[in-house]
Design a protein around this ligand. Structure first.
Ligand SMILES: *[C@@H]1O[C@H](CO)[C@@H](O)[C@H](O)[C@H]1NC(C)=O
Length: 371
């Protein structure tokens, strides 16, 4: 046999070489993989071994918590939760714990839509300011860690963000004024941090917002009137801050507001009538403020309160008679005020405990002692 001509040999060799060096088509770009590995390098997860799966060339397959866009094969989600139903948690018999910090390399994943690093309890350091350049980001959830520093000033650049959850960390500083530019924001949770300063007066610009949870911080100043113009707002929690001034009357006219927690502040003035006659409000907590005047006699068949807590204020006058005409009052608490006179008779007062009425000036009648 003659040996094959050299040109054929060269072709075979070239084909083999091509086959060996061209990566498989379905694979994440090396740059995304490198960014993930740099991100991982500043985190330490000692108990579950979730990062053991972060190996091999293709970060789009089998890397715990990583997903890619099926068309572009760019990394779209980094979703790492320290409390979840994933079997990896059953196997180790514990919830997650992770220390370290958020490496700015995460910002090189410029197609990221979801960044979740939630409930790891020990992740510290600051939120890298560059996350505000992740223009596709829709979910940023860092709840339940030890993250400190302030919210990046240019957070408002994230105009596609729908969920911003930074609750239960050690974040300080003020709410950046740019935040009102986050025009897609639906769910804002900053509870349980050390955030100070005032709520931006133009917060009403966040027209998509349905939950604004700012409780347990160090916020001061008044409740901005513009809040009442957020049409979709269903849940507003400003509890346990140092908020002062009056409760804007307009809040009682909000169409879908169902939970309003303003307890534990320095609110003064009277309780707006509109709050008690609002047909949608089901949970109202105004406890532990400096509210004065009488409780508006404004309840009616539209009032449906699962919880109505007006305790620990300086309310005077009677327990309003119209309370009896409310469609439903679950838990009522008017204790620790300066109320006086007969507690009205009939449902819903029949099934209430005396503790709901204790520590007032001169309340009497069932369930307290007779007048
Ligand atoms: C209202 O808030 C106070 C604390 O500020 C809390 O102790 C109380 O349980 C709350 N009331 C209801 C009905 O949840």
């Amino acid at each position: 046999m003659f040996p094959p001509p050299p040109s054929l040999l060269a072709l075979a060799a070239a084909t083999a070489l091509l086959y060996l060096t061209t990566p498989p088509v379905e694979c994440c770009p090396a740059s995304d993989r490198d960014s993930l590995l740099a991100f991982r390098s500043s985190l330490n997860e000692p108990f579950l071994g979730i990062f053991d799966s972060w190996k091999g060339a293709d970060c789009c397959s089998g890397w715990y918590g990583v997903s890619c866009n099926p068309t572009t094969l760019r990394v779209s989600d980094v979703n790492l939760r320290g409390e979840s139903e994933d079997p990896i948690f059953y196997k180790s018999g514990r919830s997650g714990y992770m220390t370290g910090s958020i490496h700015p390399a995460i910002c090189r994943l410029d197609r990221l839509t979801t960044l979740v690093l939630a409930d790891w309890k020990g992740i510290s350091g600051e939120i890298p300011a560059c996350v505000t350049s992740l223009s596709s980001l829709r979910i940023l959830d860092l709840v339940g860690n030890r993250i400190s520093g302030s919210i990046p000033a240019s957070i408002g650049n994230l105009d596609r963000l729908t969920v911003l959850n930074l609750a239960d960390n050690q974040i300080s500083g003020q709410i950046p004024s740019s935040m009102v530019k986050m025009s897609s924001l639906k769910h804002l949770d900053l509870r349980g941090n050390e955030i100070s300063g005032q709520i931006p007066s133009d917060i009403g610009e966040l027209s998509m917002l349905s939950r604004a949870l700012l409780g347990h911080n160090r916020l001061t100043g008044a409740i901005p009137r513009s809040i009442a113009s957020i049409y979709r707002l269903a849940d507003l929690d400003l509890s346990t801050n140092q908020i002062s001034g009056c409760i804007p009357e307009e809040i009682g006219q909000m169409r879908v507001l169902s939970t309003l927690n303003l307890d534990g502040n320095r609110l003064s003035g009277k309780i707006p009538r509109s709050l008690l006659s609002s047909p949608g409000l089901g949970i109202l907590n105004l406890s532990r403020n400096g509210l004065e005047g009488s409780i508006p006699d404004a309840f009616g068949p539209g009032s449906y309160f699962m919880a109505l807590d007006l305790s620990n204020n300086r309310l005077t006058g009677k327990v309003p008679g119209t309370l009896g005409s409310a469609r439903y009052i679950g838990h009522l608490d008017v204790s620790h005020n300066k109320l006086c006179g007969h507690i009205p008779e009939g449902e819903p007062f029949q099934r209430m405990e005396s503790s709901s009425f204790l520590h007032n000036d001169c309340l009497c009648g069932n369930p307290l002692s007779s007048c």
